[in-house]
Design a protein around this ligand. Sequence first.
Ligand SMILES: [Zn+2]
Ligand SMILES: [Zn+2]
Length: 381
Amino acid sequence: MSSSAINSVPSKMKAWVLGDPDELHLVEKDVPVPGKAEALVRIDAVAICATDLEIMTYGTPALIQGGPPFNKNFTPGHEYMGTIAGLGPGVDEFEIGDRVTVEIHAGCGQCKRCRMGMYTSCHNYGKNYGDQNKGHRANGFTTDGGFAQYAINNINTMIKVPDTMPDEEATLVVTAGTSMYGLTELGGLVAGESVVVIGPGPIGLLAVAVAKSLGASPVVLVGTRENRNRIGLELGADVTIDARNEDVVARVKELTGGKGADYVVDCAGSETTVNQAVHMTNRGGRVCLAAFPKKPVEFDLGYLAVNNIYLYGIRGEGKSATHRAMAFMAEKRFDASKIHTHTFPMEDLPTALKYARERIDDAIKVVVSMKDTHAAAEAAE
Ligand SMILES: [Zn+2]
Ligand SMILES: [Zn+2]
């Protein structure tokens, strides 16, 4: 279960880089060298996220050297875990050989939002080059990410992984951290309050798990796919609503004494679900948009105002939410591995991406393992 020990760090590594849109090449790169407050992580496993697919096709929200990420020798991938293989000057928070999982954003550490802990909303996003270098890092977005054998991480972005937790499960902490961030931005005190999660994708399913762990009651999941709703029940949903066959808003009101839910987390981000979220929230309640609608949506803004409903946007997983999510996962409050469905070796990344994109064989979270690649590299030494 634990990864093999770090014997030596080579000077070259295998890394996937983005060429033209949706074109990946497996190349040889220099192993990066950690600076102050940084460590070198030997990546052992990396999960594929819908945002990776978006970056490879459209470029956004990645930003390399101030522009699109294509043909810049850029390595995507942001949901990875691994083993500390090197330490920058002065780093004593970690030791070589520690198993860690990572969060994406280090932030610049000096802007107003970073000072508030909102480093995922850093005002110097992408400024890590040239004369304007503010040191911002969002691995897999503005700096090299996890579809490689090694990466550099700021010490604030690393979380120790319990020995008993498998690599694949540890990659899911960013997803759980995003769900945690959404719920804590809504106010955090969800114990005894009703929470509805719309959309049983990875973030939605773990939002159910985190809400349940935080004591919410009831926890309701709205989805259209039966197998996903079933996993939602296993992760702590008290009730699921099949959006194809039921009037979602009416059913939520029925489950909440006619008043509607205290908190609603929309993890689908469509015009339909945004409208459902607004109308199923009770007066004075709160809505979190955890998915980004791809185009402008029309909804009843007046209903929000008249009913004193608060609307929150969340960007990524700020305020150390990933660390808090790991605390739950380490205590086995929920089994995040229920959303992990497939594993492929590093060399098969294109197949892994295809499984994730087309949801082949009911794929939810597809993980790429570097174990064989590391073993082959060591054998060749
Ligand atoms: Zn992600
Ligand atoms: Zn900042």
